[in-house]
Design a protein around this ligand. Structure first.
Ligand SMILES: NC(=O)c1ccc[n+]([C@@H]2O[C@H](COP(=O)([O-])OP(=O)(O)OC[C@H]3O[C@@H](n4cnc5c(N)ncnc54)[C@H](O)[C@@H]3O)[C@@H](O)[C@H]2O)c1
Length: 263
């Protein structure tokens, strides 16, 4: 197996899934989060409680790792000063640690980095960033940081614009954006084992017929999603809002938060 994999945000919803999936696949995992890890640790996994803004701790955790799966931080919309530490300062600590360790970064970006694109536009990964929130802005900044560290230092990164990664789609929008946990796990393995990634972007959604998204780097990574939201269409039928701002944009409800323009 490869060198250890560092997983930030290990105690979160996606971190716990990835710990299980990658643990079962036999990876040696260094897990970290500001919150305690709530599950039994898989074999070859070590958990260290740390804050992303603690640069020496993050540097030490990354030392000797081949890949950093960066899933830690503020994962929903919050005031800017709450987002700033974990998602901007913490992200810089991750990229600096990756540079020192010569590790690859897989960054859990978000559809909210491009959320103000209308749903009627099918987007390729090189589309303009149109963040819909302070949270989405931090993800856009993270993608740009990945670009800068690649150009300047040769640090490889894959930014995964995750749509909606939950057990099942919860509304009509998620028939477009849903990413199954199993597809996410398979994508992470592709990101770990790819001989080269350069600096690239992948849309994080399953094989959904109603997708908003087109070209990205998935073929270069060898990732083919195997699940689909389509089978849940009947279950979520009619689950829409009466807010035109929500329904018009890819970012959905995040676009409408604190929205002060005419609807
Ligand atoms: N779940 C989704 O559908 C989805 C969609 C788009 C993007 N993402 C991104 O994927 C990642 C994981 O999402 P999630 O749903 O598991 O979120 P989550 O909130 O469950 O997990 C995030 C983890 O980060 C940890 N964390 C927060 N601040 C920290 C700090 N200062 N230092 C160290 N750890 C800190 C939290 O304790 C938490 O365990 C996030 O970056 C999120 O933005 C998720």
């Amino acid at each position: 197996m490869t060198a250890p994999i560092l997983l930030t945000g290990a105690s979160g919803a996606l971190g716990r899934q990835l710990t299980r999936i990658l643990g079962e696949a036999g990876y040696t995992l260094r897990l970290t989060d500001i919150a305690p890890f709530p599950d039994a640790l898989p074999p070859r996994a070590v958990f260290t409680q740390a804050d992303l803004i603690d640069a020496p701790a993050i540097t030490a955790l990354a030392d000797g790792c081949s890949t950093i799966l960066h899933f830690g931080g503020i994962s929903t919309e919050h005031p800017f000063d709450v987002v700033l530490g974990p998602n901007i300062v913490g992200l810089h600590n991750i990229y600096e640690a990756a540079r020192k360790a010569k590790a690859r970064v897989v960054f859990a970006s978000s559809n909210h980095a491009i959320g103000f694109h209308p749903r009627s536009n099918k987007l390729d990964a090189d589309c303009a960033l149109r963040p819909d929130s302070f949270y989405g802005l931090s993800k856009a900044y993270g993608e740009l940081m990945g670009g800068m560290y690649w150009e300047k230092h040769g640090v490889e990164s894959v930014s995964v614009r995750i749509g909606s990664s939950f057990p099942e789609p919860a509304d009509v929008r998620m028939l477009s954006t849903w990413l199954s946990y199993a597809d996410l796990g398979r994508l992470m393995v592709c990101c770990i084992v790819a001989p080269k990634t350069g600096c690239c972007i992948v849309w994080g959604n399953s094989a959904n017929a109603a997708t908003y998204w087109g070209d990205d780097a998935r073929a270069d990574l060898g990732w083919v999603p195997q699940d689909t939201a389509d089978i849940f269409a009947g279950k979520v039928a009619g689950k829409v809002t009466d807010d035109p701002v929500v329904e018009r944009h890819q970012g959905g409800g995040y676009c409408a938060m604190d929205y002060t323009r005419a609807r």
